[in-house]
Design a protein around this ligand. Structure first.
Ligand SMILES: Nc1ncnc2c1ncn2[C@@H]1O[C@H](COP(=O)(O)OP(=O)(O)O)[C@@H](O)[C@H]1O
Ligand SMILES: [Mg+2]
Length: 292
């Protein structure tokens, strides 16, 4: 669905615009962790400990290769948290309480708020971890993949959001709906876009994330695509998203840091791959129509 890709690249893009970002990986698969070049180690200071032990966010924060971007990493232990949480008091509000604690105490640098944004990457299921994320968040960004069942999945999700809002987090906003894996050659992509804009209007980001082969490659290099190949369509789309996200939040962008690849060894690789850029997908026109 593009959740992890969006969490990683929106975080990096905002960080490149000079904002301090904390990315919390709340998925046991730890794709956000490895996608920003960190290890999914079971080192006693991961998202699992945030949920299950007395560890604070400050104790779990790690630096990343990207300036301004910090992370709380995940690992396979988090699978168990989904079950262990069931018996804890206020089990839906654990992450919310950890974050409030952090904002009150640790999140200060010279009296200024240290982190401008905290971004949580959710797991695929709508279990207790996701409910914790929805309870802790001010707003929710929903990537909508341009595929046939996208809108069906969306109505389920909106139902869960409604329930969480009613019971745990009345202040939860929809940050926006983001079209991902968009392909303007496909009728289906255009149909989903017009449906979504019809239903949700302004809540749909103007920026669309096109289907792009570099987005699929970047994780195996442990880099956000905006760093792996800054000139690729995927990178440009996510930088646009960062810009739109900040503007919508009333933040003026002053500096645009140049994103550089920290690991220069990959430069040749990147150049070779640029030629492949437009070979992205070779769907023939028979795929344009929707089944049924
Ligand atoms: N716009 C895109 N173009 C091409 N591949 C994409 C795009 N967005 C995501 N992917 C790939 O699709 C897969 C699933 O994306 P991911 O962001 O991990 O989804 P989720 O976290 O919602 O499960 C990953 O392999 C990712 O690299
Ligand atoms: Mg994911």
């Amino acid at each position: 669905m593009g959740k992890t890709t969006t969490a990683i690249n929106l975080s990096t893009s905002i960080a490149a615009f000079g904002k301090k970002v904390l990315l919390i990986d709340a998925d046991p698969q730890a794709n956000a962790t490895s996608g920003i070049g960190l290890e999914a180690q079971t080192d006693g200071r991961s998202t699992y400990e945030l949920f299950i032990s007395g560890k604070s966010i400050s104790e779990c924060i790690k630096e990343t290769q990207v300036e301004n971007l910090f992370a709380v990493t995940s690992n396979i232990h988090l699978v168990a948290a989904e079950i262990e949480l069931i018996n804890l008091p206020s089990r839906e509000s654990i992450l919310k309480n950890k974050i409030s604690e952090f904002l009150k105490s640790g999140n200060n640098e010279d009296g200024n708020t240290f982190f401008d944004f905290i971004i949580i990457d959710c797991p695929p299921s709508l279990g207790l971890i996701t409910v914790n994320a929805l309870t802790a968040a001010d707003s929710l960004l929903i990537p909508v993949q341009c595929e046939y069942y996208a809108l069906e999945g969306l109505s389920q999700l909106l139902n869960t959001i409604k329930n969480v809002k009613n019971v745990f987090n009345p202040g939860l906003n929809i940050e926006g709906y983001l079209l991902t894996m968009f392909d303007s050659r496909l009728k289906l992509s255009n149909q989903i876009e017009s449906e979504l804009r019809k239903f949700f209007g302004e809540k749909v980001f103007q920026t669309k994330i096109f289907r792009n082969v570099k987005i699929g490659e970047a994780p195996s290099y442990g880099k956000p695509v905006v760093i792996y190949d800054p000139s690729s369509t995927g990178a440009l789309n996510y930088m646009d998203l960062g810009r739109e996200f900040l503007t919508r939040n009333g933040i003026e962008i002053k500096i645009e840091n140049e994103i550089t690849d920290i690991d220069k060894d990959n430069d040749n690789n990147v150049k070779e791959n640029i030629e492949e850029e437009n070979q992205d997908i070779n769907l023939n026109s028979s795929n344009n129509s929707v089944n049924g």
